[in-house]
Design a protein around this ligand. Structure first.
Ligand SMILES: NC(=O)c1ccc[n+]([C@@H]2O[C@H](COP(=O)([O-])OP(=O)(O)OC[C@H]3O[C@@H](n4cnc5c(N)ncnc54)[C@H](OP(=O)(O)O)[C@@H]3O)[C@@H](O)[C@H]2O)c1
Length: 332
């Protein structure tokens, strides 16, 4: 008999409304692929919340199972790189976007999407980081690659209470950087300090809408997830030769700016794309997360939830009612 498993399925309910339900699915319903993985842990990222609420920019066709992150054990493989029983991580590419994702107890994917679980990480720990942590690691790798050193000055992290920010802050702090975190809509200063922020500023302090082309120099580096006016202000406020990474557009995709910060202060703006990141860089980032960038305060950042609790947590993320990261115990 064909094996069935539990998965969150998002379907259209009419009137542009979408319904999320936990249903039984069968392995034969999964897309073709080289590697069948039994998922032990997944995690919730902002993109999942968009997919789970009918965002057609993320997911074109419904019914659909979101989940851009999965960590589990290979149950079948037609590719000799992976053997039955191997512990693996699958994040991004098309997983959870238009390929049934990690909010199901099984996924089937191309071998090229699969990363062997690095030594030093459990499946659960891997999902504590997930795409958010991986993106934080890619951002910090870029700061390091561009020569930003702790002695150069303060590093600003926006969206610091969220998934990417909550991992970026402790990694930077552990590497000796002075981290200034932008607080979210509610006061989360105690939380931000507990994960390694040395100073906290409000969104109002981080955003200047005066239209001035340059602002007083404040930052040696920045990890930005917010975009819009906050990113624009950050770029205008960089020290000479400062480096800003941009990965998100949670406030806005717009970047109203002119070239002066780039040509008068030598500022560098680096784009971060975790989805199509080349495998060699992907493995390097996971390697860092499994070794010297392991976050000791990770349990402060992460809440473990069940598949049944996921619907509510998605709602909270969309209404700015969550902080840190949620990992989903897929076998609960
Ligand atoms: N390019 C990539 O590869 C990549 C990878 C991962 C994530 N991302 C993007 O990065 C962004 C963050 O993802 P996430 O998983 O960290 O999301 P998240 O967990 O929901 O965190 C979002 C953070 O942004 C803050 N925020 C929300 N709306 C804001 C606004 N209007 N102004 C200022 N701050 C605001 C939130 O603060 P509150 O406390 O006020 O809610 C929270 O700290 C998303 O746009 C996501 O798509 C991109």
């Amino acid at each position: 008999m064909e094996k069935s498993f539990k998965a969150m399925v998002v379907s259209e309910a009419g009137n542009k409304q979408y319904r999320r339900a936990i249903v039984q699915r069968q392995i034969k319903d999964l897309p073709e692929g080289d590697v069948l993985v039994r998922v032990y842990y997944s995690s919730l990222n902002y993109k999942d919340a968009l997919s789970a609420s009918g965002n057609r920019g993320v997911t074109r066709k419904y019914p659909h199972t979101p989940g851009i992150d999965a960590a589990g054990v290979v149950e079948k493989s037609t590719d000799s790189t992976f053997q039955v029983g191997d512990e693996v991580i699958v994040t991004s590419y098309d997983l959870g976007m238009n390929t049934a994702g990690g909010f199901g107890q099984y996924i089937r994917v191309p071998a090229g999407w699969v990363v062997p679980l690095p030594d030093g990480l459990s499946l659960r720990q891997a999902m504590c980081y997930g795409t958010a942590g991986f993106t934080a690691a890619l951002s910090i790798l870029q700061l390091v690659n561009h020569g930003v050193l702790p002695e150069h000055g303060d590093i600003l992290v926006s969206g610091a209470t969220g998934g990417v920010g909550s991992i970026a802050v402790p990694i930077l702090a552990k590497q000796g950087y002075t981290v200034v975190a932008v607080n979210g809509a509610t006061d989360q200063s105690d939380y931000l300090k507990s994960i390694g922020a040395q100073r906290i500023i409000s969104i109002e302090d981080a955003v200047d809408t005066s239209g001035r082309p340059m602002l007083a120099a404040r930052w040696a580096g920045s990890v930005d997830v917010v975009g819009g006016d906050l990113l624009t202000t950050t770029i205008k406020s960089m020290n000479a030769n400062g480096v800003v990474t941009t990965c998100g557009n949670i406030a806005s995709p717009d970047l109203p700016i002119n070239v002066f910060p780039f040509i008068l202060r030598g500022v560098t703006l680096v784009g971060i794309d975790s989805q199509n990141c080349p495998m060699a860089v992907r493995q390097k980032a996971w390697d860092k997360l499994s070794r010297e960038w392991q976050v000791t305060q990770i349990e402060t950042v992460v809440e473990e939830i069940t598949l049944d609790e996921l619907d509510q947590r998605i709602g909270k993320m969309l209404t700015r009612g969550s902080k840190g990261r949620a990992i989903v115990n897929m076998q609960s």
